[in-house]
Design a binder for this molecule. Structure first.
Ligand code: AP5
Length: 210
């Protein structure tokens, strides 16, 4: 099965992709995580991507497309989280899948407003070691500011400052929203209310996949 999760920053795509991928045994592919991994390893790609990520801009299509091309060669059942984000990426993705004789089963659109996004992202904390995601109110770690899995001190992402998040939202509206129509025309798009509690969102997705 191949799914795409698409929506504004902070809509809960990563949270749900982790839960659903574990339940359905799918590979969770997050282009944001892959870019951050490159940055942590100080690769040329990671350092280039940082220039864009810190400002809340999209990393150039060609860089992201190359990353995805590599990953899907060895992972044929996946949830794609945060890709495609432009029409060019969507077209390139179709081409990649066609070459592998694969297709997308469903595209989930996580619908949520800007102010809820700001609330969620300002409270997000992540583990720098294992990438686990928390929220200071909605998903507290067991011990104050420490990762439940490895005890590492939680941090805030560099691009989670309010002014950067507002720009990410703007970029989403101008560059990513057109992608929704692209999949709607292919009758693949399912809109879900991402402002609901996490368990409810999970149930809606599972139900839609039955
Ligand atoms: P990326 O890492 O993909 O960020 P994003 O899409 O902006 O999404 P987020 O990770 O911020 O949010 P999310 O929807 O996963 O929410 P989460 O589950 O964490 O991209 C970062 C940057 O990389 C981009 O700006 C760009 O520069 C670059 N990039 C990445 N992909 C690219 C591409 N394809 N092309 C070009 N550039 C690219 O949840 C958020 C918070 O809310 C958490 O604290 C969570 O605990 C909490 N939460 C989750 N669900 C709920 C709920 N239902 N109720 C209450 N709280 C909730």
């Amino acid at each position: 099965m191949r799914l795409i999760f698409i929506g504004p920053p902070g809509a809960g795509k990563g949270t749900q992709a982790k839960i659903i991928s574990e339940r359905l045994n799918l590979k969770h592919i997050s282009t944001g995580d892959l870019l951050r991994e490159n940055l942590q390893n100080k690769t040329a790609l990671g350092l280039k991507a940082k220039e864009y990520m810190d400002k809340g801009e999209l990393v150039p299509d060609n860089l992201v497309i190359e990353i995805v091309k590599e990953v899907i060669k060895t992972n044929k059942n996946f949830i794609m989280d945060g890709f495609p984000r432009t029409i060019n990426q969507a077209i390139a993705f179709d081409e990649m899948l066609k070459n592998l004789s694969l297709s997308i089963d469903k595209v989930f659109y996580f619908s949520i407003g800007e102010e809820e996004v700001i609330k969620r992202i300002s409270g997000r904390r992540v583990c720098p070691k294992c990438g686990a995601v928390y929220h200071v109110i909605y998903k507290k770690p067991k011990n104050d500011e420490m990762c439940d899995f490895d005890g590492e001190k939680l941090i805030q992402r560099d691009d989670d400052k309010e002014e950067v998040v507002r720009n990410r939202f703007k970029v989403y509206v101008t560059q990513t929203e057109p992608v929704l129509n692209y999949y709607k025309e292919k009758s693949l798009l399912i809109e879900i209310d991402a402002s609901l509690a996490p368990e409810k969102v999970t149930n809606i997705i599972i139900e839609a996949l039955r």
